[in-house]
Design a binder for this molecule. Structure first.
Ligand code: KIV
Length: 295
């Protein structure tokens, strides 16, 4: 087996920054973003060349098995952000602020936002909501922390929406999202996630803003795209949103590998010779003699 580290096969890349995001928007170069929650996944996508990694609070659903993102805590997020930042050295790392970590007061939000950068190696934070978040965003940005906004289907408001439903399908709600997008840009957000809104609306908003929009379920017209990695790898078995393209079916692949292992353990096919530690015959003979002489 080759012992060459996999990382040597990948050229070193320059670090993606918020400035890179701006430049990509200016040059009409699409921005790629994926979620990650652990070291090996972050390492693999960083080496593959993804522009940005979001440690999303989708963690709660796709890794921790909760029904929605509401139970996720700051401790959960920081733990997983630390693992991701050990694996990814080039992508812009965005930590997602969990439910109740930024809603109580701008000061509490700033304290929690700071922890993502100071303790967990993130480069920026993301939070959900529109005009009700402006004071919070201004305060966090004024402390030098880049903020990514999130409009449309904001999963922390799942109960208010009555389920995970597309947003902005009425002229009035589309107008509200457009207004919020302008307000978030003015408050200092460096970028904006648009989730589950009509493609036409996302394209229009993207054309009106100077900051890049990152779409999920929002069509081709955004400045970049993000997917939940466990959805695009087919690792999350409960449901797949309509807008997800599956690039692999790892749930089935895991089942196959686990099944094969169980079969080989039961048939004693595993471990084979090459998985076994050897001992010199003379050492073994000496061992047996010493055991016998102790009897
Ligand atoms: O938590 C998350 O993964 C997200 C993406 C869906 C944008 O917020």
């Amino acid at each position: 087996m080759s012992t060459t580290p996999v990382s040597s096969a990948f050229p070193k890349r320059k670090k993606t920054t918020t400035y890179t995001f701006q430049q990509k928007k200016k040059k009409h170069q699409p921005i790629s973003m994926l979620t990650a929650y652990d070291y090996p996944t972050a390492l693999a996508m960083d080496q593959a060349g993804v522009d940005s990694i979001l440690v999303g609070d989708s963690l709660g659903m796709v890794v921790l098995g909760y029904e929605n993102t509401l139970p996720v805590t700051m401790d959960d997020m920081l733990h997983h952000c630390k693992a991701v930042s050990r694996g990814a050295k080039s992508a812009l790392l965005v930590g997602d602020m969990p439910f109740m970590s930024y809603q109580l007061s701008p000061q509490e939000a700033l304290k929690n936002a700071g922890r993502f950068l100071q303790e967990a190696g993130m480069d920026a934070i993301k939070l959900e909501g529109g005009k009700e978040r402006l004071d919070t965003i201004r305060l966090i940005v004024s402390a030098g922390i880049p903020v990514m906004g999130h409009l449309g289907l904001t999963p922390q408001s799942v109960h208010q929406f009555g389920g995970f439903r597309a947003q902005g399908k009425l002229a009035s709600t589309a107008q509200q999202i457009l207004e919020d997008a302008h307000l978030l840009q003015k408050a200092g957000c460096f970028s904006l996630v648009l989730e589950s809104i009509p493609a036409k609306l996302a394209e229009y908003i993207s054309s009106q803003l100077d900051i890049p929009t990152i779409g999920i379920g929002a069509g081709k017209g955004c400045d970049g795209q993000v997917l939940v990695t466990h959805d695009m790898l087919g690792l999350f078995d409960r449901f797949t949103p309509r807008f997800v393209k599956k690039y692999a079916n790892l749930h089935n692949e895991l089942g196959r590998a686990f099944g094969e292992y169980i079969k080989e353990v039961e048939s004693r096919e595993f471990p084979a010779q090459e998985h076994t530690v050897e001992m010199k015959e003379e050492e073994w003979d000496t061992f047996l003699e010493s055991v016998k002489s102790d009897e």
